[in-house]
Design a protein around this ligand. Sequence first.
Ligand code: ADP
Length: 500
Amino acid sequence: MDTIAPDSRLSKPTKTFLSHQHQLLIDGKWVAAASGKTFSVYNPATGAVMAQVAEADKEDVDRAVRAARRAFDEGPWRKMTGSQRGRLMWKLADLIEQHLEEFAEIESIDNGKPLAVARAADVPLTADMFRYMGGWATKITGSTIPWSAPNEFLSYTVREPVGVVGQIIPWNFPLLMAAWKLAPALAAGCTIVLKAAEQTPLSALRLGELIQEAGFPGGVVNILAGYGETAGAALAAHDDVDKVAFTGSTEVGKLIVKAAAGNLKKVSLELGGKSPTVIFGDADIEAAIPGAAGAIFFNHGQCCCAGSRLYAHKNVFDRIVEGVSGEAKKIKVGPGLDPATNMGPLVSEEQFERVTGYIESGIEEGAKIVTGGKKAGGDGGYFVEPTVLTGTKPSMKVVREEIFGPVVCAEPFDDADLERIAKKANDTIYGLAASVWTKDISKAHKMANLIRSGTVWINCHNVFDASLPFGGYKQSGWGREMGGEVLANYSEIKAVTAKL
Ligand code: ADP
């Protein structure tokens, strides 16, 4: 299929990158797919094809895993010190910052997000992640274990890299998710085959070029673009992959677990969510309104921790709903490259159909649209209005299932019992995140204790730092991303015992 000329608003470096042949990074070289096939990448703001990318399949996964295995077993990487690995990661972070504008543009046209958001969040957080994890490379230690018979044996533990890691990432923060995966694995000394999401492969491929420029030895990071059912499935099932790390839907997470069973590779999963935003009657309402709106509308609701269930005390419920709806109406929906845009298109036609389908199902089941609910923006793109639903019931699909779009279900509560309020917040198969809004610090911390999720925010939502572990209870996943905790995903512990 022909690709259209790049948008005239893009900078020269981005246009140059788009004009490249987009290939796969295997063993330090850019190569075509073994099948010679390519697939189309679409601009979600227009629906037009903007690039053709080599389509990896099983044979390419095999090639990439062979390269990663060789780099792990025989390459210079294994002998490099933590400080050398850290230095390479910092160099990469510097390069990412030097190309901030280009990455922000690529992210905006590929994913649809506003350029200003990619500039302020996605790209700097990516550089931060490599810097933070680069620091960990020299701090991965074991411990000395006091024995019950102290003078007979001496035992200590060491942490070793788990080996060849397969990483499969989603399209909502394409570059940042690559960093969340690559950075800790590199700090731990693993070698990697990363598969980008088929909707948004471009920033990972550009990152691959900078990984080469930074000087990582060939085969340490291999980057593939391709579909989940083919390349992704082959990577998750590969017998020579020691560990698979996945971020995406809970449904696919379960397929990853099954695929990994063949060689019992280690698995970590960062999956879906249906996160509650709980606003008490004593909250700072002026802060809670934009907070609850940002919780669901940031990144078009395409966040696994989006605050998609809004519970507010009946005394403030009407004000909150009116306020959040007012915030929704202020959001200018449009192409990511337009400086006036606050919310871009959804990532794909499939996602557009999914989100609008959920809105329809909510109406069919008796929910009321307070604002939004319709297609928005210009022709061709996958734009949806930010939407607030009320009158929802706990049994409805819109309340139970992850929509992954800018749709919030608001319900009042009339209760002072924190256990019962927390029960509502916990009434989901997921357990990724929650936010609690109150001026009462005891209530806030009691709620933090009662809510079963990997993150609880107090008087804020969607706040991240490279140093904070992130991940899910229940069906939101296994293991944690970020912080020191993520290193457990990428290392094995060895206990060494000597008879004295
Ligand atoms: P979404 O539904 O939001 O697109 P997915 O969970 O389907 O999210 O996709 C996240 C990532 O998982 C993508 O890189 C996708 O290609 C990959 N993927 C999808 N299906 C499979 C599968 N069966 N095996 C391995 N990876 C998959």
